[in-house]
Design a protein around this ligand. Structure first.
Ligand code: SAM
Ligand code: ASE
Length: 348
């Protein structure tokens, strides 16, 4: 007689199928975003037929109808039927997060995932086998200089900066208020990229001055494409490995430590310690693993992403504390925000 399977054994393959399908769900959203479906639905202000969307976006009607139907199935779009014909519309939240242009838009994050992360993850088997990034195989670029690969063209630099910029839509405020930083009068965001987190800092601490420090081409691109009228931050060009680091009360390193191997991290933290005023501090911002590394799943996935794209990894708090104390810092405090990114503050 056949063995009786428990309910969880019966459910298990369905959970697996849902996971296997994850990449297809991602592709549906990426495709809609790249074709401009969410932008068109936002502009039109009224529900549109598949024919209308296909005509405007220059696609096949059949393909567009199937795409729109999945988007309804995964509850990203809504549909109503009038005289037997389907009309599709975006919800307010889809308009806010998926269309481009709004303050809260995640459009640039989706484009980067679709065009850069997805091809890199296609080489995950090799990344795991070799234990190194796949920039060379994926894009034909040297594996050693990770930012040479990330910034392989002006267009790629803009896309990466768009990704970095959009991450702080969701977590920026929680990060800058994780600790009371009002005692630090000059703050410098090392590798601050487009300045998105720095602007959150300047908003939360209006009596502090905030500088974004990054590579010269990045600063140039940030000023050209990401600056705001009456910007509350200033930009400064430099190289934190091979040049001088300006003096400040607080150094912010957001998603920097996880890019590099331990030797480079210690070199950078010691250099910051030497430039830092006594009583000054360093704020690390990263997606921290649990101490036993058993989660959060998102941080574990980010760590695999660091494997395919960089020379770094995600760490648990004790690893950051250890690097900070080896560099001379003390009073190390950890704050988990409950969102994707967490903060660690240490004092000289
Ligand atoms: N801190 C930003 C954030 O979290 O949104 C950007 C993080 S991004 C992963 C790393 C940043 O470090 C990039 O903006 C890059 O240009 C910058 N960077 C890399 N090497 C650098 C160097 N040697 N000196 C200064 N900045 C550097
Ligand atoms: C880096 C952060 C990222 C370097 C390369 C990166 C991210 C994507 N590529 O410091 C953002 C966070 N991770 C993911 C998987 O989206």
């Amino acid at each position: 007689m056949a063995e009786q399977l428990s309910q969880s054994e019966l459910d298990y393959p369905f959970k697996l199928l849902e996971y296997f399908n994850g990449f297809r769900v991602s592709k549906v959203i990426f495709t809609a975003c790249e074709l401009g479906v969410f932008d068109l639905l936002l502009q039109s202000q009224k529900p549109l037929s598949a024919e209308h969307v296909a005509g405007k976006l220059d696609t096949s009607v059949d393909g567009m109808e199937r795409l729109l139907d999945v988007l309804v199935g995964i509850e990203i779009l809504q549909v109503e039927t009038m005289e037997g014909k389907a009309f599709y519309s975006s919800s307010d939240v889809a308009n806010l997060y998926l269309a481009k242009g709004s303050d809260k838009s995640l459009h640039d994050m989706i484009i980067y995932q679709s065009q850069t992360i997805y091809p890199l993850w296609n080489n995950m088997v090799d990344a795991v086998r070799e234990g190194k990034n796949q920039n060379e195989k994926t894009f034909g670029l040297p594996a050693q200089d990770i930012f040479q690969a990330i910034y392989r063209s002006e267009e790629e630099m803009l896309k990466f900066m768009g990704l970095m910029n959009s991450s702080w839509v969701l977590d920026g405020h929680d990060i800058v208020t994780a600790f009371n930083l009002s005692c630090f009068k000059t703050m410098i965001d090392l590798g601050g990229c487009s300045g998105a987190l720095a602007r959150e800092l300047a908003k939360a601490y209006p009596s502090s001055s905030v500088i974004v420090f990054d590579l010269p081409q990045v600063v140039e691109t940030a000023q050209k494409h990401f600056s705001e009228q009456d910007d509350v931050i200033v930009f400064q060009s430099g190289d934190f490995f091979n040049g001088e680091i300006p003096s400040a009360d607080l150094y912010i390193l957001a998603r920097i430590i996880h890019d590099w191997n331990e030797e480079k991290c210690l070199k950078l933290l010691k250099k910051i310690y030497d430039s830092c005023q006594p009583g000054g501090g360093v704020l690390l911002v990263e997606a921290m693993l649990f101490e036993n590394r058993r989660g959060p799943v998102m941080a574990q996935i980010f760590s695999l992403n660091m494997l395919v794209q960089t020379e770094g990894r995600e760490h648990p708090p004790s690893q950051y504390s250890s690097m900070l104390s080896q560099s001379g810092f003390h009073n190390i405090q950890v704050c988990r925000t409950g969102k994707s990114y967490d903060a660690i503050l240490a004092i000289k």
